[in-house]
Design a protein around this ligand. Structure first.
Ligand code: NAD
Length: 233
C-alpha cells in the first residue's frame, strides 16, 4: 500500500517541490492551496488529489484529511507549509492583515495538526513536518509579525513532540533561510546584494523528506544549500 502525504501551500515554491519529490518516490499526495488552479495543475502532473482551500479556516484541514481518506484510504505524512509574509506596519496597524498572517502561518498549522491526527493514528502512526523558518529560531527584525508566527510554529512542534511520539507520530519543523520562491520575489535582489546564501525549493524539499523520516521527535532542521540539513540545538 502506498504512503500518502497531505501538503498545504502545495501549488508553488517549497510545497510544490515537496510534492514532486515525494511523488517521484511513490508517495500519493493530497495538494491543498488557496490557488486551486495551481493545485489542480500540479495534481495532474503528480497524479495526486487537490483541494482549493484557505488553511486559516479549520474546515480546510478537515476537508483535506477527508479527501485523503476518500481517495487513498489512509494518511502517513503531513506537511504544513502554507505561509505568507507579514508586512504588517506596526506604526499603522492593519488588524485585518495581522489576523490574516497569524491565521495562515499559525492557525493553519494548528488546525492541520488537529485535523490530521485521527487519520494518522488510524493509519498506524506517521509524521508531521511544519515549515518554520530561520526567522523561527533567531531575530529577524525585517518582518516582526512573520518572525512571531514562525517562532509560534517552533513552539507548537516542541510542545507536541513528546505527547505525539507516545502515539507513534513524529512532529518536526524545517527552518529554511532565504529560498528562491515567489514569496521572496520582491526582496530577492536586496537579499542577494546583502550576500545572503540562496536556497532552492528543492534544497528545502530534501530537508522536509529527511524530517519526515527522522526518528528525533521535535527535530528542528536548519536547511543548507546542496547539503544535508543540520539539527538546531
Ligand atoms: P510561495 O509563495 O511560493 O508558496 C506558498 C503557497 O502557499 C502558495 O501556493 C500560496 O497560494 C499558498 N497559500 C498562501 N496562503 C494560503 C492559504 N491561506 N491557504 C492555503 N494556501 C495558501 O512561498 P514558499 O517560499 O514556497 O513558502 C512556503 C513556506 O516556506 C511558507 O510557510 C514560508 O513562510 C516558508 N519559508 C519561506 C522562505 C523563503 O525564503 N521563501 C524561507 C523560510 C520559510
Amino acid at each position: 500500500m502506498s504512503t500518502v502525504a497531505l501538503i498545504t501551500g502545495a501549488a508553488s515554491g517549497i510545497g510544490a517541490a515537496v510534492a514532486r519529490r515525494l511523488s517521484a518516490g511513490g508517495v500519493r499526495c493530497v495538494l491543498v492551496d488557496l490557488d486551486g488552479e495551481g493545485a489542480e495543475r500540479l495534481a495532474k502532473e503528480v497524479d495526486g488529489a487537490w483541494l482549493a482551500a484557505d488553511v486559516s479556516a479549520e474546515e480546510a484541514s478537515l476537508e483535506a484529511v477527508a479527501l485523503a481518506e476518500r481517495r487513498f484510504g489512509r494518511l502517513d505524512l503531513v506537511h504544513l507549509n502554507a505561509g505568507i509574509s507579514g508586512q504588517v506596519d506596526l506604526a499603522r496597524f492593519d488588524v485585518a492583515r495581522y489576523r490574516q498572517v497569524v491565521g495562515v502561518n499559525v492557525d493553519g498549522v494548528v488546525f492541520g495538526i488537529r485535523a490530521g491526527l485521527p487519520l494518522l493514528a488510524r493509519s498506524g502512526g506517521g509524521a508531521i513536518v511544519a515549515t518554520s523558518s530561520l526567522a523561527g529560531l533567531v531575530a529577524y527584525s525585517g518582518d516582526p509579525i512573520y518572525t512571531m508566527t514562525k517562532h509560534a510554529v517552533v513552539g507548537i512542534v516542541r510542545g507536541l513532540a513528546e505527547p505525539l511520539a507516545a502515539q507513534n507520530i513524529r512532529i518536526s519543523a524545517v527552518c529554511p533561510g532565504f529560498t528562491d520562491t515567489p514569496l521572496v520575489a520582491e526582496a530577492r535582489q536586496t537579499f542577494l546584494n546583502a550576500g545572503f546564501p540562496l536556497l532552492t525549493a528543492e534544497d528545502v524539499a530534501a530537508a522536509v523528506e529527511s524530517a519526515f523520516y527522522s526518528e528525533i521527535p521535535g527535530n528542528l532542521l536548519i536547511v543548507q544549500p546542496g547539503r544535508p540539513p543540520v539539527p538546531y540545538r
